[in-house]
Design a protein around this ligand. Sequence first.
Ligand code: GDP
Ligand code: IMO
Ligand code: MG
Length: 424
Amino acid sequence: MPATAVLGVQWGDEGKGRATDYFSETADYVVRYQGGNNAGHTIIVGDQRLALSLIPSGVLYPQVVPVIASGMVIDPKVLLAEIDMLTNKGIDTSRLRISSNAHLIMPYHRKLDAMMERYLGRSQIGTTKKGIGPAYTDKYARHGIRVQDLFDPKIFRKKLEVALEEKNKILTRIYNQLPMDPGPIADEYLAYAERLLPLVSDTSLLLWEAIRDGKEVIFEGAQGTLLDIDHGTYPFVTSSSPTAGGVLTGVGIGPKDVHRVVGIAKAYISRVGTGPFPTELDDEVGDRMVEIGGEFGTVTGRRRRCGWLDLVALRYSVRINGLTDLFLTKLDVLSHFDTLKVGLAYTSAGERHDEFPRQQRVLYDCAPVYQEFAGWGTDITGVRHYRELPDEARTYIEFVESRIGVPIRWISVGPERQQLVEKA
Ligand code: GDP
Ligand code: IMO
Ligand code: MG
């Protein structure tokens, strides 16, 4: 299949890293199209555990060209540290290509992210404080600084000075912080530039040519559909478009060049940060899910909120992304529960909602309508063939499949590369 989008359909951390790693085995290019180092994508191969934040999860395969496309926001210090981390592990990163149009995360973006969150107090979003929101805000306000600005130190210094004139007023007058000095920031960034510039290219052209030539290209989403700036649970979202539409704008290709859209979903659901979450388990069942699923953030170490699979949300994500297939992860975590529940719809004030309510306020009052399933109670982490899964597990999977209208083609039963079941 020439070009496949692999993206999250919940609130992130669905297992996109491990799924992308799976699709990368035969791929020529693996591309991140949005987000930045708010992402934490884990890949486990044998006793090696990798957590990637900026570099696409295909980097482990020697034939893959990893690409950071223009829709991303890049913190160059973090990117270089990630390159060094991989190099130290013996992984070659020399094939990495970075879009000249991608925006840079600057030190004031990180500072403003933290300050804005503090200012919001109890209404805070619970961001990763990596500067993502402020960097995208500057992009859309047309005040952003791009990778290509690093090519010309004079232009870079000028843009930084202009940006800091405004940012320093905000930092000092609104947030009561010390102003930032452009000189040391420019020196720091221009030093990073020396290492980054050889990797910079026209990634839109590169990928258009790759698709034209029938190469296999994987677009790896970060975050998830319910964190999308347009289609997520706004304002408790990220500042980019993790959905399938984001592939097109984030890479610079047309819709006919994406041939398959694979959604990644956990067999339950989790969320880090604040915002509505109808099937959240605020009890000991939820605590067990966190414990058994190891549900702590890859980036911030925060405890993830957990709950039962939500089919309202899943069907929504199938629609928003035009999913062709689903990849279900962490089914093994459900082996530890006697009874499983799946959210079919919501009720609020006596009204049933089979779709997300039009007004988000209503979502806070929604109680899920559950269907119960018997658990299987046996270890499935060694299963590699669909027919070997317990009957109860197959019933669960086939029920979900029947309700969402797209095939579940892959089921992962453990975090390691080999712990995967392909369903015909
Ligand atoms: P991503 O952000 O979508 O790439 O997901 P993360 O890497 O942040 O979180 C997923 C976590 O679940 C990681 O720790 C993975 O190693 C782990 N994981 C992925 N698939 C499975 C699975 O099938 N079973 C179990 N038990 N863990 C898994
Ligand atoms: P991966 O790619 C889970 C959440 C944050 C917060 C909101 C906004 O690993 O799935 P931001 O820093 O982006 O402005 O934070 O989005 N968030 C994630 N949650 N997985 C992620 O990435 C996330 N990236 C951001 O917790 O609620
Ligand atoms: Mg993650």
